[in-house]
Design a protein. Structure first.
Length: 323
């Protein structure tokens, strides 16, 4: 899943003139901070160079994860047509661009971000999203929020891992009050990221939210550590991406986990695929989380007819609708 052409061109222009060695060094520092989930009081994207390193090495992958999460929401709620977006901890506008591609109904977006450096970069990129109006506001999501208008779609992507644990529930409560329809929260697909999403999920269920995706139920999560729920998207690396990360492989896999909740009850899928399907010429084995709140494997063969043919088309993270 690639960046939209207009965004890719704007990113390329933003990176013009940055020495490769400097970009590579900044990307390495940024990568180490993200992997360690460093919380030292400094913003990860604290200066212009860090912001540009993010554009070169992280934006394609986080965009793919966010877009996949929003696509899952759109697949579950065909009538959902958000006109307004509130993206909190917006970074360069990743969720805004993904929502723009996912829903043609979008008219207005407010993007909240603490870092002046990435806010400036994101505002420059957003100029290319016309006719949609996208406005950045300066605010730290871990502190007191400014007065914000509610929105049809509220997003929080790759933010909770930067917050201390005691700030998660209050932030989720605040976001839910600002949500007129659907809230989507996305985290890295690590065991720690899954645990944070479980906390968010429990808070939203307690608040009376209707889970949209990926969960086909609102019961307790049936997965038990060391297993954990997550999904993955393969992202093609550009030449600059490979050089900045010092990698030879022309792709990378971005693992992520998300939760989407709505104020409106909708149709629930009977199950969702929780791992890459294992397929051969005559069988498909699926790991499924089902609407009854249980997880297990299902084996389908040619004798299962239409169900077998449908199963062969399923991918990791897909909703399962029929027998």
């Amino acid at each position: 899943m690639e960046l939209p052409a207009v965004l890719r061109q704007a990113v390329d222009k933003a990176l013009e003139g940055v020495p490769l060695a400097t970009l590579r060094q900044a990307a390495d520092v940024l990568s180490r901070r993200y992997r360690a989930e460093t919380r030292d009081g400094r913003l990860h994207l604290s200066d212009d160079l860090a912001a540009k390193a993010y554009l070169a090495t992280r934006l394609p992958a986080t965009y793919a994860a966010v877009r996949a999460s929003l696509d899952a929401v759109a697949g579950m709620r065909e009538g959902f047509a958000p006109r307004s977006l509130l993206d909190v901890g917006a970074g360069p506008g990743t969720a805004f661009w993904a929502a723009r591609e996912c829903w043609g109904s979008l008219e207005d977006a407010v993007l909240v971000e603490a870092s002046p450096a990435i806010r400036a970069v994101g505002a420059d990129l957003a100029r290319h999203a016309e006719p949609i109006t996208a406005r950045y506001l300066a605010a730290d999501v871990g502190q007191k929020f400014p007065d914000l208008r509610s929105a049809d779609l509220v997003t929080l992507a790759y933010v909770l891992d930067e917050l201390s644990p005691e700030k998660i529930e209050p932030l989720v409560d605040r976001l839910w009050t600002l949500t007129t329809d659907t809230l989507v929260i996305i985290e890295p697909g690590t065991p720690a990221g899954w645990q944070r999403i479980l906390r968010v999920r429990a808070r939203l269920v307690e608040a009376g939210a209707h889970l949209v995706a990926p969960c086909p139920h609102s019961h307790a999560c049936p997965l038990i550590a060391p297993d954990w729920c997550h999904f993955s998207r393969r992202v093609a690396r550009s030449r600059l991406h490979r050089l900045a990360k010092g990698g030879e492989v022309p792709w990378e896999d971005e693992k992520f986990i998300y939760i989407a909740a709505s104020r409106h009850a909708g149709e629930s899928a009977p199950a969702r695929v929780l791992a890459p399907p294992q397929a051969s010429s005559g069988m498909v084995r699926l790991k499924l989380c089902d609407a009854e709140g249980s997880v297990g494997e299902r084996l389908l063969t040619r004798r299962d007819g239409a169900a077998f043919k449908a199963a062969r088309k399923l991918d990791w993270g897909d909703a399962v609708w029929g027998e």
